[in-house]
Design a protein around this ligand. Structure first.
Ligand SMILES: *Cc1c(COP(=O)(O)O)cnc(C)c1O
Length: 458
């Protein structure tokens, strides 16, 4: 598949890429070269080197978009020069960002869907930082108004993605991570009372737990916090980390109440580049209403022309991803997202069925009711091989299926997870299931280990 173009042979030099002087050398790796090189040769050599990266369509570990239509690729190329921060120079890109925020506020049932605040980010991590900062600022203001100390904020959560650990450390907030109960796939509401106190800036509820792919029960978590407020007077807001679920639940589980329909949900983040189906590099954060984003977190910049409000960790940032997100909203509409996610969910359930039939596995999440994904572990007492061995076997066919331990207190359970995304069809997953079966035979006690691959040892 390499694109080996033949150059024009300018000035009598060699005209074949692999006869050029650059391709006869090891490429510079530590120091900028002194001279210039033919862009066609450089392109081809880099193109070939990058083939060593895995094939993203077989990367079943990532939540991120690995399939983009030609139109998205064109819009991305045409937007290469658009700087998201430069709203005066690129007013239509800025306008498109605002449209996306309003559409998301509406999709997530904000009571002020046309006037509330929100913005695009580089992903859910930045969006989570902004959501967390707003929680911290509001809590501090309230504490100061009450004449109480505001120097020991904490954030309560279950098995969160690393971005919340970063938020806590970077912004000096104690992270109170509630350990997993036996058999649980996320935070359980009755656990909260032991962790929430007057210094709690908020509770993070996860719609699509990274480790297990299940949703945490946001409505029940809100109810538990209502009870805590009744008993103690503490009014603790929820931020929903809907990195994956924010773009799945509204379409695949429209009756699930997890969003701004719950009064306690103050803000929501989601990754446009996960099930939002936009290319890598875009996330979103939206507040329930404009008053929940403290004014003193917003900077006003005038040196680019105009007076532009900005709330972001980055300054300059590409605009193409936001444009591609808007394209995807227009292209698919609610029906399109529903159809795409339903197809993925059907394929996930198909895989869960195959996995269950194979024998050694116990399903943790079977693709029903939350993200289109499957997670499973080896049955208790299973001997002979580990999931890490299976990961390695599958890798020989190019599949990336991660194995990892669950977070505390279930760290002795090692699991495997497969994410089914846009661009991954039923047949591809059937081929994966066949390869898992073949791997099981090879890993079985007494197998020579390598009927198909002579000489393969590990
Ligand atoms: C992926 C993920 C994040 C981080 O999102 P990025 O868009 O990769 O920055 C945060 N929280 C959850 C639950 C996630 O799945």
């Amino acid at each position: 598949m390499a694109l080996h173009e033949v150059s024009a042979g300018d000035g009598g030099g060699p005209d074949d890429v692999f006869a050029s002087s650059l391709s006869e050398r090891v490429l510079p790796k530590d120091r900028l070269p002194e001279g210039q090189s033919d862009p066609k040769v450089v392109y081809n050599l880099l193109h070939d080197e990058l083939l060593l990266d895995g094939n993203s369509a077989q990367n079943l570990a990532t939540f991120c978009t690995t399939f983009s239509s030609d139109e998205v690729r064109r819009l991305m190329a045409e937007s290469l020069d658009k700087n998201m921060v430069d709203k005066d120079e690129y007013p239509q890109t800025a306008e498109i960002e605002s449209r996306c925020v309003r559409m998301l506020a509406d999709l997530w049932n904000s009571p002020q869907e046309r006037t509330t605040m929100g913005c695009s980010t580089t992903g859910s991590s930045e969006a989570a930082m902004l959501g967390g900062l707003a929680l911290k600022w509001r809590w501090r203001k309230k504490r100061e108004a009450e004449g109480k100390p505001a120097d020991r904020p904490n954030l309560v959560c279950g098995p969160v993605q690393v971005c919340w650990e970063k938020f806590a450390r970077y912004f000096d907030v104690e992270l109170r991570q509630v350990p997993l109960e036996p058999g649980a796939t996320g935070l359980r509401p009755h656990q909260l009372a032991h962790y929430v106190d007057e210094n709690t800036i908020g509770v993070v509820a996860i719609l699509g737990v990274t480790f297990t792919c299940d949703y945490e029960p946001v409505a029940e978590i809100a109810k538990a916090l209502d009870a805590i407020q009744m008993n103690t007077g503490l009014d603790v807001p929820i931020h929903v980390d809907a990195a994956s679920g924010g773009f799945v639940a509204p379409f695949a589980q429209p009756d699930l109440v997890w969003d701004f329909r719950l009064d306690r949900v103050a803000s929501i983040n989601a990754s446009g580049h996960k099930y939002g189906l936009a290319p890598l590099g875009v996330g979103w954060v939206v507040w329930r209403s404009a008053d929940l984003l403290p004014e003193d977190l917003i900077f006003r910049v005038d040196y680019l022309g105009g007076n532009m409000p900005t709330f972001a960790l980055n300054f300059s940032r590409p605009g193409g991803e936001v444009i591609a997100q808007y394209f995807t909203f227009l292209r698919l509409g609610r029906e399109g997202y529903r159809r795409v996610h339903q197809a993925c969910a059907g394929t996930a359930r198909y895989l869960a069925g195959r996995i269950a039939e194979m024998g050694p596995f116990e399903l943790l999440y079977d693709g029903d009711g939350a993200l289109p994904a499957v997670s499973y572990t080896l049955k208790e007492g299973h001997r002979g091989f580990t999931l890490y061995d299976l990961t390695e076997q599958l890798r020989t066919r190019g599949w990336q299926v991660p194995s990892y331990p669950l977070p505390a207190n279930r760290e002795r359970t090692v699991i495997q997870r497969v994410l089914v995304r846009h661009g991954i069809g039923r047949d591809e997953i059937a081929l994966l299931a066949d390869d898992i079966e073949r791997s099981l035979k090879r890993l079985a006690p007494g197998s020579t280990g390598a009927p198909e691959r002579p000489g393969f040892h590990h």
